[in-house]
Design a protein around this ligand. Sequence first.
Ligand code: NDP
Ligand code: 2IT
Length: 445
Amino acid sequence: MDARLEAIRDTVLARNPGEAEFHQAVVEVFESLGPVHDRHPEFLDAAILERLCEPERQIIFRVPWTDDAGRVRINRGFRVEFNSALGPYKGGLRFHPSVYLGIVKFLGFEQIFKNALTGMPIGGGKGGSDFDPRGRSDAEVMRFCQSFMTELYRHIGEYTDVPAGDIGVGAREIGYLFGQYKRITNRYESGVLTGKGISWGGSLVRPEATGFGTVIFTQEMLKTRGTSFDGQRVVVSGSGNVAINAIAKAQSLGATVVACSDSSGYIMDEAGIDVGLLREVKEVERGRLKDYAVRRPGVSYVDGGSVWDVDATVALPCATQNELDGGAAARLVRGGLLAVGEGANMPSTRDAVAVFQEAGVLFGPGKAANAGGVATSALEMQQNASRDSWSFEHTEERLTDIMVGIHHRCAATADEYGEPGNYVLGANIGGFVKVAEAMLAQGLI
Ligand code: NDP
Ligand code: 2IT
């Protein structure tokens, strides 16, 4: 790493002790930025990096609620408003027991660059709670969401901060959160949240957008090697929103997705995953992946196994951070891997990324490859602002254009900095320069 940046990195790490995921995200970005500072010493003079690593505002709050047995429960809520150089803070809410400040900060930090790459007017933020929605009734989830919003409402707004979904937060949770915001503020402010239901201000394609976008980005990478998804053998991790829609899109382009997972294990379906059945099990019944295996002949369920043991030509990690390590990456490379498109945020460890890059595997980092979700959220905000709603076809076309544009920006930036095909460098520099220039123009704030 560039010596000037090393000193700044050390200060950032020391100022944020115990936040391993945030450290990882910061170090990865800093490793790309040396050459930018050779060209733009003014960024160093204006302490752009120091300011970028210090969130503009961090909110931590108590979330009290009662379970169905009448017992009082207490969770912790977070919203980190990281950077508003390009627009209102924008990013999802994650409800998962592992959530703590370090995870929210890594996600918020990544979101700054991702949102810049989309070309849309959105800043970076992230939030969530250590609440575990798994096994909770609808009534419990509603009471939790209402309590969470009773604090959060004072910090958000269509021109201030616009949350959306992430792990554990989907259309059901966004509905309860929106209802409580509307009730407290007495405003039908559609643009305050994205991922809303289609009949009350949501956008068509938003539910599919992250998974679809990941596949579109990966298809663009494959094209640079004269190939496509057609005929590829694909493995996807996760079986939530991003995974299911990545599977659907990859198969619509002629690939066979032979495996996907949840945190308990994975399924092998050599015939190609039946997306209709998967949606029924996961989205309608809120069941587990092993229920899919029970219902479909010829499918095996590997309890506790790693989906990365399955050979594939394309891997799409769509579950969570650090789910694919160096050992798994080496196994995949030995099995004939051609490309990786990250649907999740930071799913590959730093070792895994190094293995992929050294082996010449096409590697699309999450902040570029999964940007279709937040980009379509920005399209939802656009529709809300104009009190309009667009067709599926039009919105999907916009998403495709945005993803092709992000691929082009990353590839062109990597070329410009003398590292053709390095999408990590392209995404980090491409996102950073846009934010840094806006911060410079807006003065020392
Ligand atoms: P969901 O809650 O819909 O699904 C999450 C999936 O990942 C589930 O299958 C879950 O399994 C699995 N998973 C979660 N945590 C772990 C873990 N610790 N170990 C193994 N598996 C795990 O979330 P999304 O699909 O929305 O999000 C998936 C990823 O995509 C996240 O990294 C998120 O940040 C990222 N992302 C999401 C976007 C969106 O629009 N939703 C946009 C961009 C990125 P289980 O049910 O067993 O917990
Ligand atoms: O990580 C992400 O980009 C998201 N969870 C989506 C954020 C959004 O505002 O749609």
